[in-house]
Ligand binder design. Structure first.
Ligand code: CTP
Length: 475
């Protein structure tokens, strides 16, 4: 079978011609071939060469007048041509670790190289030499597995996974992204080898995990992780959300199932990875805060605060960023119940407080909160939705009127200190806090004049006198 339209980029005939001239056999292999059949765009091209990959890369770079980066230890070389990245590698035989610093490199045929790859769908290649240009080489049934929507290893899965245990996570990632099943023997091998994921670096795992989080239906990945036993090793805090406990015949909902529904709900409306992470972690502290109260039933008091405190540790363990992206997740987890509470009693002052605390993230918070409604009781869902519409409308009204989002109280600590000749102290903090509260409660407007007047009143109550020449009412 010759498939020429997969190789329309002029780089392919060029590589083929130079390979012919050097007496080498070259193939494009892996993700590029898989994505061609899946109709997915692919920017990275992997070329495998029976012979020296570096030699061919250098010839191509000379012809294109571009630079080549050589990784001698790995026997690979990389070229950037326009916006594509092309990696050249010599065909290898036997096992070697994809992440090892000391790979066991033993030259092999193209078929040897295909056999030691992760999955059949990633082990297909197109010939690039003149005599086989565009010819598909698929010795392990990649096309069959693409048609059957199956993730399967080309050789004994125990061997494939022991060569590189990250491939167990990759199996789950590809199954999630593509909506495929993992073949039973491959799946069983993941179950058997799951503990070996411990030797893989967190950085490599998080790359795959983020791809799962960003998939169309991310829950599929976490369900698979759970079924094959990898979840315990990858995100144990999430595994702890599983299960239902009963007291007096009363059970709570399974928070693992609930969390995955919330994640999918968010994924349906947002591509923001951090909003998706917030969905995944929003109830993470429920197991630690769970109490059965004979009157109220199951309670999870303050799980949102404890959960937000847990975010940092989880981000650190997973090697996720510890910057403002983590703070955003912390904030959303901490505030995730607020719009629901609001929905039951929408007062202007509560809306102002929410706007003040959530700032620019208030819309994302509303998205998370709406996604959090996973009840199966139709009437309940309807009531919440209606109340949320009301909250959204109120947020808009108050924002337009008072501009509370990201507001800083118009009378600052400096102004208070200067006016009354004070050094930083509790009194200054108290006056400032009262002014902020008065604005948020709607007792005074969000403007300098009213805030200044309140400062004067509060200072007088505390027996403070303005120092001479500082009673200017100017911002
Ligand atoms: N590969 C492998 N084992 C790994 C990683 C990669 O066998 N642990 C092989 C596969 O043949 C894969 C190719 O190397 O197709 C390229 O890997 P990579 O660039 O990481 O991913 P892709 O498969 O191209 O997928 P994606 O672009 O979606 O990351």
């Amino acid at each position: 079978m010759k498939i020429l339209d997969a190789l329309q980029n002029p780089i392919f005939p060029l590589v083929g011609r130079l390979a012919d001239e050097a007496g080498l056999r070259a193939f494009v292999i892996g993700g590029y071939v898989r994505d061609y059949f899946l109709n997915r765009p692919c920017k990275d091209i992997d070329i495998v060469v029976a012979g020296s990959g570096i030699d061919l890369a250098e010839r191509v770079a000379r012809e294109l007048k571009t630079n080549v980066t050589v990784f001698k230890n790995f026997g690979t070389a990389m070229i950037h041509a326009e916006d594509i990245e092309i990696e050249f590698v010599g065909a290898r035989k036997e096992s070697y670790r994809f992440d090892s610093r000391k790979p066991v490199v033993e030259d092999g045929t193209i078929e040897d190289d295909q056999l030691r790859r992760d999955f059949t769908i990633n082990a297909m290649a197109f010939g690039l030499n003149r005599d086989n240009f565009g010819e598909l080489s698929d010795p392990f049934g990649g096309i069959r597995d693409l048609n059957d929507l199956r993730i399967q290893t080309p050789c004994d899965p125990d061997k494939t996974f022991s060569d590189d245990p990250l491939r167990m996570v990759r199996a789950v990632r590809f199954a999630t992204q593509l909506g495929f099943d993992i073949a039973p023997e491959t799946f069983d091998a993941i179950e058997r080898n799951r503990e070996r994921i411990g030797i893989v670096s967190r950085e490599r795992i998080i790359t795959e995990l983020n791809k799962i989080v960003m998939a169309e239906v991310p829950s599929a990945g976490f369900e698979l992780f759970d079924r094959c036993g990898l979840l315990e090793f990858i995100l144990p805090q999430l595994a702890r959300l599983k299960g239902v406990e009963y007291v007096n015949g009363q059970g709570h909902k399974d928070n693992f199932i609930h969390t995955l529904k919330v994640l999918d709900n968010v994924a349906r409306v947002s591509d923001n990875p951090w909003l998706r992470w917030a969905a995944l972690l929003h109830d993470i502290a429920k197991p630690q805060t769970k109490v059965y109260d004979p009157e109220q039933g199951w309670t999870f008091h303050a799980h949102e605060y404890l959960g937000s405190k847990m975010v940092k540790g989880i981000f650190r363990e997973l090697k996720l960023p510890l910057d403002e992206r983590m703070k955003y997740v912390q904030k959303l987890v901490a505030l995730h119940l607020r719009p629901i509470i609001l929905a039951e009693n929408v007062t202007d002052s509560a809306v102002r407080r929410l706007l003040f605390e959530a700032g620019d993230d208030v819309d994302d918070l509303m998205t998370l909160c709406e996604a959090d409604i996973t009840s199966g009781i139709e009437a309940k869902v309807k009531r919440y939705r209606q109340n949320f519409a009301l909250v959204r409308q109120k947020l808009k009204e108050i924002e337009e009127k008072d501009r509370i989002r990201n507001f800083q109280p118009p009378v600052t600590g400096e102004i208070i200190m200067e006016t009354y000749g004070l050094k930083p102290c509790r009194t200054v903090g108290e006056i400032k806090e009262k002014i902020k509260d008065a604005i948020l409660d709607g007792a005074i407007g969000n403007n300098y004049e009213e805030a200044y007047a309140l400062m004067e009143q509060l200072a007088q109550e505390k027996g403070l006198k303005p120092v001479a020449g500082t009673n200017e009412k100017q911002p």
